[in-house]
Each structure stands twice: as structure tokens, then as C-alpha cells.
Design a protein around this ligand. Structure first.
Ligand SMILES: *[C@@H]1O[C@H](CO)[C@@H](O)[C@H](O)[C@H]1NC(C)=O
Ligand SMILES: *[C@@H]1O[C@H](CO)[C@@H](O)[C@H](O)[C@H]1NC(C)=O
Ligand SMILES: *[C@@H]1O[C@H](CO)[C@@H](O)[C@H](O)[C@H]1NC(C)=O
Length: 296
């Protein structure tokens, strides 16, 4: 657009100011990435015609976790700065009154979202100037939680699950079996933050050490499961026969002992009776001792 005449130019400028509001806001960035814990400067410049004695700046945040409920971050009004209580000590203006930039210190994942910078400068007329800026707070994955459930008997099925609470960008997840040999396992994602591995008809070969690793460009975290499938010892016929043989031998021995005891006892009985009736049983007195001798 070329302004050939001064008057026309002024007229154009006026109409532009009326159309876009008296204060014009420009955002140097529309998207910023910051690593959790670091500081970030949110730039917001404005152009105003009048003196800045009644400058009013409002920063709001529509967090990604709840975009429908924007919250106030920091306000400059009548020369005073008002911080959101939840951000006290972490947020401040940098460059007042010439710019509306703010610094956010010790960033957290919850700081991520769409920031809006609104500037008005009464008595300038019109709507406040507005600029928007998206802030991504990147974070390494948090320590994942490894769980298993199912039946650890041979032929049963077991599900391994891995849950990670945090991580920006969304971490990639892997399940591997590490021992006895390293193999990677097919994984089903349940949403972005839970990975499942299903194992059916398991056997003692399923036993081993399993690892879930979660990874993004900021870091890697692991959790482990040590799975033991107890299979009953294979029933060996040799052992069983041995056990049965020992058992029957013991029984035979026991029967013999009982017999010997019984014979010994009856022998004593007879010899006692024999003493009582010496006359009648004299001849057969020796018979029990003969029998006894034959057994012992
Ligand atoms: C943010 O951190 C910087 C550097 O450590 C410090 O100068 C500034 O005062 C901090 N801002 C707030 C609001 O705490
Ligand atoms: C389960 O595994 C065993 C041995 O690994 C195999 O003999 C059997 O056929 C399998 N059963 C099924 C239903 O896949
Ligand atoms: C896994 O468990 C088995 C048996 O309980 C044990 O021998 C082995 O040392 C364990 N491995 C690890 C890495 O904990």
C-alpha cells in the first residue's frame, strides 16, 4: 500500500487504529518451547499513541489441561503489579512500561498452554490490543510403573503393563525381554501413557527379566518385572518307582517285625502255661521254641 498523500495516509492510519483498537500488540513469537525448570521470556510488544500513565496489561493462560478455563497470570494496572497467587515469585514483568514481556521462572508442565497478552492504554479508545502465544513445557518421562497380572502357571496367560505419568513430548514406550536373551515384545498402547504386552499359553520359557523403557528427547526411564513361571517337576517314572519300592519294602519289614513279636509273645504265653501244667504238656514244651528258632 503506498500513501501518495499525507492526509490520505493519516486517514488510513486512523481507520486502522479504530479497526484494530487503539493499542496494537505484536508477538515476536507465536510458539515457544522451554524445558521444565528453565526460565522463559514471553514477548509482547505494543504500540500506543498516548502517554502510558494508565497503562493496563493482563496476561492470561488457557492451560492445555483445561483450555476452557483461562486463568490470570499477571496484571499491571495503575502502576501496580498483581501476580496470580499460584505463580507468586515465579512470574514478573520484564521491560515495563515499554514492553509487556513477562519472565516465567522454574517452569512446570502445568504452565503449558496458550498465553494471551492484552494491553489497553486509556483514554485511547477501542478494544485492548491482544496477542497470543503457545508455550510448550518439555519434560523427560517420569519413572514408569511396571505391573503384571494373570496366571503364572504353565498354559496360563499374563499381561504386562507399563504406565508413565508424565513426559513432553509424549514418550515412546518399549517392552523387552532381557534374559535369557534380549527380544523386543509387541506392545499395545492404551492411550499415550500405558503400554500392554499380552502373553498366552505361557511356559517355563516365559520366565525371565522384562523391561519397560520410556523415552523422549529429554531422557529415558525404565522399570522391570522379573517373571517366574513355576512348572511342576516333570513326573519321572524312575523316581516314582523308587519311592514305591522303598515303601513296599518298609511294609514287608514291618509285617515281619509284627510276626516276630507275635510269635515271641505267644511263645512266652505257652511257656508260662507249660509251667502251670507241667505233667500234661511236657512233651510239647519244646515245640514253640523250635518254631521260634526256625524264624529267628
Ligand atoms: C527469575 O529468575 C531470574 C534469574 O534467576 C531473576 O533475576 C528474576 O528475579 C526471577 N523472576 C522472578 C519473578 O522471580
Ligand atoms: C501351549 O503350549 C504347549 C507347549 O508349549 C503346546 O503343546 C500347546 O499346543 C499350546 N496350546 C495352545 C492352545 O496353543
Ligand atoms: C529373577 O528371579 C529369579 C528367581 O526368583 C532370580 O534367580 C533372579 O536372580 C532374578 N533376577 C533379577 C534380575 O532380579
Amino acid at each position: 500500500m503506498s500513501c501518495s498523500r499525507r492526509l490520505l495516509c493519516a486517514g488510513f492510519l486512523m481507520s486502522a487504529l479504530l479497526e484494530y483498537g487503539a493499542v496494537r500488540v505484536t508477538m515476536k513469537e507465536t510458539r515457544l518451547e522451554v524445558v521444565q525448570g528453565d526460565s522463559v521470556t514471553l514477548p509482547c510488544s505494543f504500540f500506543a499513541l498516548n502517554p502510558l500513565s494508565r497503562l493496563n496489561i493482563i496476561w492470561t493462560l488457557a492451560p492445555f489441561s483445561d483450555p476452557g478455563s483461562p486463568t490470570q497470570v499477571i496484571v499491571f494496572d495503575h502502576g501496580h503489579v498483581i501476580e496470580d497467587p499460584s505463580l507468586t515469585g515465579r512470574v514478573g514483568f520484564a521491560g515495563l512500561p515499554w514492553s509487556a514481556d513477562v519472565i516465567l521462572n522454574s517452569t512446570r508442565i502445568s504452565d503449558a498452554g496458550t498465553y494471551r497478552c492484552m494491553v489497553s492504554n486509556p483514554p485511547e479508545i477501542g478494544d485492548p490490543g491482544i496477542g497470543e502465544l503457545t508455550v510448550i513445557v518439555m519434560a523427560p518421562p517420569s519413572l514408569p510403573l511396571c505391573l503384571w497380572e494373570g496366571v503364572t502357571d504353565p498354559g496360563g496367560s499374563v499381561a504386562l503393563s507399563c504406565m508413565v505419568a508424565e513426559g513432553v513430548p509424549v514418550p515412546e514406550m518399549h517392552w523387552d525381554k532381557l534374559e535369557p536373551e534380549e527380544i523386543s515384545l509387541p506392545i499395545n498402547m492404551d492411550g499415550d501413557f500405558t503400554g500392554l504386552v499380552q502373553m498366552v499359553n505361557i511356559s517355563s520359557q516365559t520366565s525371565g527379566l522384562y523391561r519397560c523403557s520410556v523415552r523422549n528427547l529429554l531422557g529415558t526411564q525404565n522399570c522391570y518385572i522379573n517373571l517366574s513361571i513355576y512348572s511342576p517337576p516333570a513326573s519321572s517314572p524312575g523316581i516314582l518307582q523308587g519311592v514305591l519300592l522303598t515303601l513296599s519294602m518298609a511294609l514287608v519289614l514291618l509285617a515281619l517285625m509284627v510276626l516276630v513279636l507275635w510269635l515271641h509273645h505267644s511263645n512266652q504265653e505257652r511257656s508260662r502255661k507249660g509251667k502251670e501244667d507241667k505233667e500234661y504238656y511236657n512233651e510239647i514244651r519244646y515245640t514253640p521254641s523250635l518254631i521260634k528258632r526256625s524264624f529267628v
